[in-house]
Design a protein around this ligand. Structure first.
Ligand SMILES: Nc1nc2c(ncn2[C@@H]2O[C@H](COP(=O)(O)OP(=O)(O)OP(=O)(O)O)[C@@H](O)[C@H]2O)c(=O)[nH]1
Length: 380
């Protein structure tokens, strides 16, 4: 049978950088090891989140000769006071083979994720290659913690592993956003008599984003726009823990009242952490942490979103000047960075309830959301 290696083929099957990172993300989703090449050589990587004890032990013994490193994000290290110096760089600590009497893998997981781990080892700066492993875990919406081998020289054997370069990971998000293309559209009447057209965009690795065009927007004025991050709990199930579901409805109604506009619905569940990690964050909130600290104990930044995709979609639809419906200053700067001119901002403030009051207060106090006091004082 004729065999071809697509990665090294001169035939063009898409952007090789996106392909390499997409494949590495597939390995993380499947809890399989892969190789990361950087300035200090090759490191084999296994993401912790989703891997079981057997896989972790097999990785440390089989890929790392019994001596690996546990790498966690700098954000978690800082939150848990694991390093004296506190910058944002990832940090690592040695992990020895369980068969040689090293720590068991449940303990490794505890060090990487628990709110109050028992005695923790000392960590040192991880460097760029091991740090990139953590970034990849985040891109796969897994807890940012990985087992990595010590740097090795590349060998022919490594070619059978999925391999990605650190520099490819660093440009991945922005490059991927620029591949979004409209693939289908249709009229969708929404509750309360709102007329809309859904335009579905797809990127080069199959990710979906939606533009909901409400009414018949005035082409000569700045377009009223709501950029909304997905929230399965709030948008679909009406969770009272957040304001997302109500903001979605309020946003659509405001766009209609303004004579038409566009709601960009982005696949950014849990501020980009993903649904599983949002639930981990909720568990930490139920133990007393606020939303910001909960995300950071898990090793994420408070907010992992960026707005390249929204900017790209708006431009693709022919709108570069907008009025943005948001309370979140980061969306204003994020869209401006994506090349969108924001001529005005309109608030989207809902009334607080007993379950989301602390969430809203934290948004205002720690993330600078422009909520005023009206929404927080009025409780439903
Ligand atoms: N990590 C985390 N994410 C949450 C929590 N509560 C809600 N979210 C997510 O936060 C995001 C809120 O999205 P938006 O409503 O578009 O944005 P916003 O940052 O509130 O800004 P505006 O609504 O535009 O003012 C959604 O992705 C939710 O899933 C939480 O407790 N933890």
């Amino acid at each position: 049978m004729l065999q071809k290696n697509i990665a090294s083929s001169s035939l063009s099957f898409g952007d090789p950088i996106l392909t390499a990172v997409h494949r590495a993300l597939g390995e993380i989703q499947g809890n399989r090891p892969f190789a990361l090449t950087g300035e200090d050589g090759v490191r084999f990587v296994l993401a912790l989140d989703g891997s079981d004890d057997h896989q972790m032990a097999a990785f440390v013994d089989g890929f790392c000769g019994g001596e690996a490193d546990l790498v966690i994000s700098g954000v978690r290290a800082r939150m848990m006071k694991l390093t004296p110096e506190s910058d944002d760089g990832a940090v690592l600590t040695p992990v020895t083979s369980i068969s040689a009497g090293g720590p068991d893998m449940a303990r490794v997981m505890e060090i990487a994720t628990a709110l109050k781990p028992d005695a923790v080892p000392s960590f040192t700066p991880a460097g760029r290659t091991a740090g990139t492993a953590v970034d990849l875990a985040k891109l796969a919406q897994r807890i940012p913690a990985c087992l990595v081998s010590r740097p090795v020289e590349p060998t022919d054997d490594d070619e059978t592993l999925i391999t990605v370069r650190t520099e490819d990971v660093e440009v991945f998000r922005a490059r991927l956003a620029a591949t979004l293309k409209p693939v289908s559209e249709a009229r969708v009447p929404i509750a309360d008599g709102i007329a809309s057209r859904f335009v579905i965009f797809r990127n080069a690795i199959g990710g979906i984003a939606t533009a909901v065009i409400v009414g018949e927007p005035d082409a000569t004025a700045p377009l009223p726009v709501r950029v909304h991050s997905s929230c399965a709990t709030g948008d679909i199930f009406g969770s009272r823990r957040c304001d997302c579901g109500e903001q979605l409805q309020l946003g659509l109604h405001r766009l209609e009242e303004l004579g038409g506009g566009c709601l960009i619905y982005l696949d950014q569940e849990g501020r980009g952490l993903g649904l599983a990690n949002k639930m981990h964050a909720y568990t930490l909130q139920d133990q007393g942490l606020d939303t910001v600290d909960a995300n950071m104990v898990l090793g994420f930044h408070d907010d992992e979103r960026d707005y390249h995709a929204a900017g790209f979609m708006l431009k693709r639809l022919g709108w570069e000047r907008i009025t943005l419906l948001t309370n979140n200053p980061t969306k204003l700067t994020g869209l401006a960075a994506a090349g969108i001119e924001i001529s005005d901002r309109l608030p989207v403030v809902t009334k607080a309830n007993a379950d989301n009051r602390r969430y809203l207060e934290t948004k205002a106090r720690r993330a600078g959301h422009l909520l005023g006091t009206a929404g927080l004082l009025e409780t439903v």
